[in-house]
Design a protein around this ligand. Structure first.
Ligand SMILES: [Zn+2]
Length: 360
């Protein structure tokens, strides 16, 4: 059945209920927001984010942040849209996920009415209705009024993408041609690392954050150049000019949260310059022996680690290093040697030893 037929049928079911457990039969659809998506992805035969049986809103958000858009004029019927809470609760809502049912219609200054299909407690389950989205002056989505009668507007980054797109994989957040589904077991707890990403990083063919998310789907990634200060205890910034991580092993034990800047060296310095709250944080630097031999095989600039390499080293995660290795090999096979040599020279694990690989 097509997406439209499926939605028409579900919306016409006599019993629609809001429920944390989700199921559907000939008379009833019972679900919460992410349960609706699970039912929909299963009905369409699509792989769910990180191949989870029951992904939450945060997992849809994680994928959409990699493959989707955050602009109002890209909103189309059939797009999945989500946002997430910065700090995830132990149980309960991690954010919200919904299906866009039509184009956004401007209703005021930087405000639009958007038809959606979603499951909410307020509507007692699945319904088609309207929400109000807010944008900045360039059309970037900055907030949402989830119930039109409410005064509260939630200020949050929002991403969305067509459920039917075949070029990007909803299962792993990578281009379909280098799909990484099923190659790694996800660690569902949020890791003690927060990534601040420069907006241009995501536009690259290969976002290393997509790889990080396959291992840690709940990792918090914030995009921009200027960031409001994070309200968390024991923050530390991973940036050259601080203590080596080895030396602060003791303090690393007491649940420090590391901030990692995902940007070119030049842009990372700019982000630091623009955010004074980052400048005053204690700094952590990786000592070379924290990084595996493989990752250090070729080092052009010893002080710059790509984000995934730094991440794997900080988490001391051998599985993740294996993932990186397998992915780079698959990526090289798909793109061809010459493009790899041209585009990925700056990677710490870059190797120009082509003897072991076939040209295509
Ligand atoms: Zn995939």
């Amino acid at each position: 059945m097509s997406l439209n037929q499926t939605l028409d049928m579900w919306l016409a079911l006599p019993e629609r209920k809001f429920s944390r457990k989700c199921f559907r039969n000939s008379t009833t659809i019972a679900c919460d927001c992410s349960g609706f998506m699970t039912l929909l992805f299963n009905a369409l035969g699509k792989s769910t984010p990180y191949q989870l049986d029951r992904p939450k809103a945060v997992h849809y958000y994680s994928i959409l942040q990699e493959i989707g858009s955050n602009h109002v004029d890209r909103l189309e019927r059939g797009n999945v849209l989500a946002w997430r809470k910065e700090r995830l609760p132990k149980s309960g809502d991690t954010g919200h996920v919904l299906l866009v049912a039509g184009k956004a219609i401007q209703s005021g200054d930087k405000r639009y009415l958007l038809p959606v299909i979603d499951a909410t407690k307020r509507r007692n389950g699945l319904s088609q209705r309207e929400v109000e989205v807010h944008t900045d002056d360039r059309g970037k989505l900055t907030g949402i009024r989830l119930h039109l009668g409410d005064s509260k507007v939630k200020r949050t980054p929002i991403y969305h993408h067509a459920i039917s797109d075949s070029r990007s994989c909803f299962g792993c957040g990578l281009p379909t041609r280098v799909c990484g589904c099923g190659t790694i077991d996800a660690v569902l707890d949020a890791p003690p690392v927060i990534i601040l990403r420069h907006p241009t990083e995501r536009k690259r063919t290969l976002s290393t954050v997509s790889l990080i998310k396959q291992r840690y789907p709940a990792v918090l990634v914030k995009e921009g150049e200027i960031f409001s200060p994070l309200r968390l205890p024991n923050l530390a910034l991973m940036f050259p000019g601080g203590k080596l991580q080895q030396e602060c092993e003791q303090s690393a034990e007491d649940s420090a949260t590391l901030i990692l800047i995902d940007a070119t060296w030049r842009k990372a310095k700019k982000i630091l310059h623009l955010n004074s709250w980052l400048q005053v944080l204690p700094r952590v630097e990786l000592s070379p022996d924290k990084v595996s031999d493989y990752l250090l095989r070729k080092v052009s600039k010893p002080k710059t680690l790509s984000s995934i390499e730094a991440f794997a080293a900080v988490m001391n995660d051998k599985t993740m290093e294996g993932l990186l290795r397998a992915f780079m090999e698959r990526q090289i096979a798909v793109m061809g040697e010459s493009i790899y040599l041209k585009n990925y020279r700056h990677y710490l694990n870059f190797s120009d030893d082509t003897s072991g690989r076939s040209h295509n």
